[in-house]
Write a protein that binds this ligand. Structure first.
Ligand code: GDP
Ligand code: MG
Length: 441
């Protein structure tokens, strides 16, 4: 995955003050391979890589982040951009009903989506009507009716026994029905074929002309990877669409289709389907998808918080000490205070990659305990803080008395400090934290 590939290159960036061209090239190469492996279309990969390179080279050296984090940040921002940036909302008609038409290949998940959309719309206070315009397959109408019942919404379908029926006619009449029965949103389910063909496109275009949709959603199975691009282009040229829905994201962790479709067609992804149940559906969030593709969600959160809360000068001092193991209790105290600025400590600790085993131990550190730890450290002399080895049994008693805690707590703190120092050194080694966030734990 992208995160695996990046982790290996990013380790080499550790400790370097600035991104060199060679670093950038090496990183770009890994990203390229990862994207191709994720089945992203080649032109999209090329453009993406050139953006990354350009940005990385022009980037100011960050004060708050180390080079590895800086690269992650750039890659993430470019991923978000390529996925559409902001979440795009559904266009609603000024004069109801809003008409939403679904188009896509057979099996892409249109009928399932109709039910999901209806459920979602209902939750938003709308009164949707599902319209069965797939009269191609014998069971398609029944399937939509079942889906509608499950979602608790009405379905409009041709009367049974009248032969095959004309989907354009059904579509037209459904709008009248919607007005009549006060449905403010109409979701038109259409037929698909296994491959793109002319008749399919013509029928979809005829339905489109009959109902003049406010949104035409191109529904595409994310598991088809870069084939999504050719299909999307065919539908764009044959029917035209205003938005994309990615389905079966539960079966594809790589996000190749998402990256390709958006970039190639220029149309935004509005929704994502990730399962067969009605609830397996959500508005598409480019930032969440990016972080999923990158596979470093926790790291990204950490980067964001580090940028917000980090006290640069102290960071540098602490970072310099990390490598040499010279971290003092004074630093420890400062870092705990910095951590506190960033919010509930428990959340933060859980975010550190590799902190899994230590989570239990760490999560016991709550804010109240932090106060006590702070009191203990403040009760030490500067010498003791700088050189914890000095803190022998009699000093521990003095410190305990002075800060109003039990000797046991002083012992705990000193032990915890040694553990923390060891952990930080390990993490600095593993994740290239030299310039920044090693202090965030
Ligand atoms: P249509 O031909 O475009 O109407 O596609 P359907 O809605 O009939 O879906 C085809 C198959 O894909 C069905 O078996 C659905 O249950 C399944 N399906 C649809 N959406 C999803 C999804 O997001 N995840 C998974 N795992 N299956 C899905
Ligand atoms: Mg269908």
């Amino acid at each position: 995955t992208l995160s695996d590939r990046l982790t290996s290159v990013l380790q080499n960036l550790r400790g370097k003050g600035k991104l060199s061209d060679a670093d950038i090239d090496a990183t770009a190469r890994e990203i390229r391979i990862a994207l191709l492996e994720a089945d992203v279309a080649l032109p999209v990969v090329r453009e993406f890589i050139s953006h990354i390179k350009e940005r990385a080279k022009g980037e100011e050296v960050s004060q708050a982040l180390n080079p590895a984090q800086q690269v992650i940040k750039i890659v993430n921002e470019e991923l978000v951009a390529i996925l559409g940036g902001e979440t795009r909302r559904l266009n609603l008609a000024k004069n109801p009903p809003t008409v939403i038409m679904l188009a896509g290949l057979q099996g892409s998940g249109k009928t399932t989506l109709a039910g999901k959309l209806a459920t979602w719309l209902k939750k938003q206070g709308h009164a949707p009507l599902l319209v069965a315009c797939d009269l191609q397959r014998p069971n398609a109408v029944t399937q939509l009716q079942v889906v509608g019942e499950r979602a608790g919404v009405a379905t409009f379908a041709p009367e049974p026994g009248n032969g095959v029926g004309d989907p354009v006619d059904v579509a037209k009449r459904s709008i009248e029905e919607a007005k009549h029965a006060q449905h403010d949103v109409v979701v038109v389910d259409t037929a698909g074929r296994l491959g793109v063909d002319e008749e399919l496109m013509r029928q979809a275009a005829d339905i489109r002309d009959a109902v003049e949709p406010d949104e035409t959603l191109f529904v595409v199975d994310a598991m088809i990877g870069q084939d999504a691009v050719t299909t999307a282009e065919a539908f764009r040229d044959g029917v035209g669409f205003t938005g994309v829905v990615l389905t079966k994201l539960d079966g594809d962790a790589r996000g190749g289709a998402a990256l390709s479709v958006r970039q190639v067609t220029g149309e935004p992804i509005l929704f994502a389907s990730n399962g067969e149940k009605l609830e397996d559906f959500d508005v598409f969030h480019p930032d969440r998808m990016a972080s999923r593709i990158l596979g470093m969600g926790d790291m990204l959160t950490l980067i964001e918080q580090a940028e917000q809360a980090f006290d640069q000068e102290k960071a540098e001092q602490a970072a310099a000490k990390l490598g040499t193991g010279d971290l003092t209790l004074e630093d420890f105290l400062e870092q705990m205070l910095a951590v506190r600025k960033m919010g509930p400590i428990g959340n933060l600790l859980g975010m550190l990659p590799g902190a899994g085993q230590m989570k239990d131990q760490l999560s016991q550190v709550d804010d109240k305990q932090l106060d006590r730890l702070q009191a203990i450290i403040r009760g030490m002399t500067p010498d003791e803080r700088a050189n914890p080895k000095l803190i022998n049994a009699s000093r521990r008693q003095r410190i305990a008395r002075g800060s109003g805690v039990a000797v046991r707590e002083v012992n705990d703190l000193v032990n915890r400090f040694y553990d923390a120092r060891k952990m930080m050194q390990q993490m600095a080694g593993r994740f290239g934290f030299g310039g920044g966030s090693a202090t965030k734990k």
